[in-house]
Design a binder for this molecule. Structure first.
Ligand code: ADP
Ligand code: MG
Length: 682
């Protein structure tokens, strides 16, 4: 019996365990899933056209009888076509399929079928290429707009449609989660109308009204989830209300350089947050090289001067060491103790560091995941800084939070997140943006060379090292592989040794022992190595201002965001720097990316281009970045609706911050059922 939205599919007539298994592959487990898994498109069958009235280039539905099958011949290297001759009372047309020989068995001469597709006209002949089609018996064929769903092998479109049609019988007003007020002020149709018309639209207008409502609903529920989480976060008063003494200014005055106005503003924001009595939850977003590290040091200084401890987390060991060096430079002469914890820290050292954290002798602890270890305890941790946060999972962030009494949180990222996505990924955080770069930085010159012009790239590198500078050469792979046609770092390393003979060349990759990596990185920093051949492990954060050239080999294999990060390794001093992309395969996308790199240096613009080239799904990879799978909404495509939904969510939460009122009950239940027991996490 079907008595709730959570009734499993096997309760439907005709769906047994086997079919239900297939549906589950599409994420459909119960009635509700069937209703909320939407079509990817529609077939408009209202307008059956007679063959003689077909017009070129139109999309049309034709009903006809198969008069003949013409088997295509297989021509080497070409598509094999199968043709059917279709007749109705007014004329004849051809239907063509490529590489679909199996259809010769399925589409039978003498039977009646419908075909839906685009019309090609050539002289007197009429053809339809690769149409969708089906048997035109009374039952299956009706003059409707029919949904087209994503399928999985073993399920037919007809079976999937039938499921929707059946599930729709159980739709009524009780499914409505948006109250009348919300619907009216945002001009949204009711849920019954929406579900019926998204699956079986009466006409195009109905479908659009339905779609708008469902997109809005999805984005509204998500926005509400974020706001509730943010409120909950703010409710927790900080255990650490720090004095308003302007320690950060003291720290900044002592720096060898003046801060940029973006840095100043970020430092000010942080200082205010930490004194506000509320817990800080702030994202510092600044392009590569904008100088975020010093901002975190100012924050740490404030925490320590107030008598507390700070923890800094880096995504890689190399970066942890770099921060350690930087922080020691800042703090050694100020009587502040900085310690590092790494997987390679010796057990004696580790023991001592742990003791120092626990009894408070260590003021700042820097490290990678090691900082989350169960045995790590602090005396009074009041500030947690995560660098390049997108590398950290939520669980890790939480684990560290648990180590203090609601410590202030500061997150630094160079990932230039387009505004629409930032809203979603960091909706729960306050944001400071550092949009300027330290004075005297020159724009990096980016050049693209084809694989056979590699010589030019090396010449430019030679030029720079002759001037006393250093260079990176990044490759996508460590070892060469039979299957993949790219130049490995080992190969490039050998080549470079030959070409740059008199200079010191080194190879760095992820499979090396930690000590070896550290030694090489250190040598590079000290200027003892001129050319560093590396895999992408140097992608994030590395700071060697004397390095002025970045060569990216097989650049077609890198994403835009990644190349921008790599490019950010140079241009960190006052000298003119260069980024060279060596393109071995000039596919369309690769060329577009290279062009974008040549034309734009602003990380935000690059990110927008990247998003356009790849789409949201791939931009960040997966859910762990906090963007949940959306059923119908697309945060990029529907950014205008997202904005409206965000605004509505703001109005709702302002009046009823925990959605405790009866008029919001159903909405709240739905948010919980969508995102689990807890509100959506970022
Ligand atoms: P990122 O934002 O990419 O993490 P870093 O914090 O590593 O950048 O800073 C890059 C380099 O710029 C470092 O060498 C740092 O000392 C230097 N730097 C930071 N701020 C300034 C400034 N205001 N003026 C000059 N140099 C600066
Ligand atoms: Mg950094």
């Amino acid at each position: 019996m079907i008595n709730s939205m959570n009734t499993p599919l096997t309760e439907f007539k005709g769906i047994g365990p086997k079919k239900s298994q297939l549906f589950s592959r599409l994420g459909i487990f119960d009635v509700e899933d069937a209703l909320y898994s939407f079509p990817r498109g529609y077939e408009d069958r209202r307008n059956v056209k007679s063959i003689s009235s077909l017009e070129a280039e139109e999309e049309a539905m034709v009903l006809g009888t198969v008069a003949a099958v013409k088997k295509g011949r297989y021509v080497r290297g070409r598509k094999r076509t199968t043709r059917f001759l279709i007749k109705d009372e007014t004329g004849t047309m051809e239907v063509l399929f490529f590489n679909a020989g199996y259809l010769e068995k399925n589409i039978k001469t003498g039977d009646k079928y419908w075909f839906f597709g685009k019309i090609n006209k050539n002289g007197g002949s009429i053809a339809m290429m690769h149409p969708s089609f089906g048997k035109a018996d009374e039952e299956d064929f009706n003059g409707d707009i029919l949904p087209v769903y994503p399928l999985t092998s073993g399920l037919t479109q007809g079976e999937r449609r039938k499921l929707s049609a059946n599930a729709l019988k159980y739709v009524d007003e009780s499914l409505e989660v948006l109250n009348e007020n919300i619907r009216r002020s945002n001009q949204l149709c009711g849920i019954e109308y929406a579900l019926k018309n998204i699956h079986y639209p009466e006409d195009e207008r109905h479908m659009r009204v339905a779609k708008y409502r469902l997109i809005f609903e999805e984005l509204l529920l998500f926005s509400l989830g974020i706001l509730m989480m943010k409120n909950k976060f703010l409710e927790r008063k900080a255990g650490f209300v720090m004095s308003k003494v302007p320690y950060v200014s003291v720290f900044c005055a002592d720096l060898p350089f003046g801060l940029t106005s973006g840095q100043k503003k970020a430092v000010e924001d942080i200082s205010n947050d930490m004194s506000s009595g509320k817990r800080m939850n702030r994202l510092i977003q600044g392009d590569v090289g904008s100088g975020k590290t010093v901002v975190s040091a100012a924050a740490a200084y404030k925490a320590i001067k107030n008598g507390y401890q700070a923890a800094i987390m880096a995504p890689t060991e190399i970066l942890a060491y770099q921060h350690y060096d930087t922080f020691k430079d800042f703090f050694d002469d100020k009587g502040i103790t900085v310690k590092i914890l790494n997987s390679s820290t010796s057990s004696n050292e580790r023991k001592e560091t742990l003791e120092m954290c626990e009894d408070g002798r260590a003021d700042i602890l820097i490290g990678t995941h090691a900082v989350f270890g169960k045995d790590v305890r602090f005396k009074d941790l009041a500030l947690v800084v995560t660098d390049e946060q997108h590398r950290f999972g939520v669980a890790q962030r939480e684990a560290l939070n648990a180590k203090g009494r609601n410590p202030h949180i500061m997150v630094m990222t160079a990932t230039p997140i387009p505004r629409t996505l930032a809203l979603i990924m960091y909706g729960d955080m306050d944001v400071s943006v550092i949009s300027d770069k330290p004075l005297g930085r020159k724009e990096i010159i980016t050049k693209v060379f084809r694989g056979d012009e590699r010589e030019n790239a090396y010449r430019l590198v030679m030029d720079q090292i002759k001037k006393g500078h250093q260079a990176y050469i990044v490759t996508p792979l460590i070892e060469s592989s039979e299957n993949i046609d790219v130049r490995s770092s080992e190969e490039v390393f050998e080549e470079a040794k030959e070409y740059f003979g008199e200079y010191k060349i080194a190879l760095l990759h992820g499979k090396m022992k930690q000590e070896e990596k550290d030694r090489i990185m250190n040598d590079f920093k000290e200027g003892n190595i001129q050319v560093l051949v590396s895999t992408v492990i140097i992608e994030v954060g590395i700071n060697v201002p004397n390095a002025t050239v970045m060569v990216i080999e097989n650049s077609e294999r890198f994403g835009l965001a990644q190349m921008h990060q790599l490019r950010g390794r140079v241009g960190r001093g006052s000298e003119q720097s260069f980024c060279i992309l060596v393109l071995d395969k000039d596919t369309d996308v690769a060329v577009k990316r290279a062009e974008a790199m040549e034309s734009f240096s602003d990380g935000f613009i690059i990110a927008e281009k990247d998003l356009a080239l790849r789409g949201t799904g791939e931009f960040f990879g997966t859910r762990q970045h906090g963007i949940p799978d959306m059923r119908i909404a697309d945060v990029v495509k529907h950014s205008k609706i997202l904005k409206k939904a965000m605004e509505e969510a703001g109005r709702i939460v302002e009046k009823d911050s925990l959605l405790a009122n009866e008029e919001h009950r159903k909405m709240k239940e739905r948010i919980f059922s969508l995102y689990g027991e807890e509100e959506p996490r970022l």
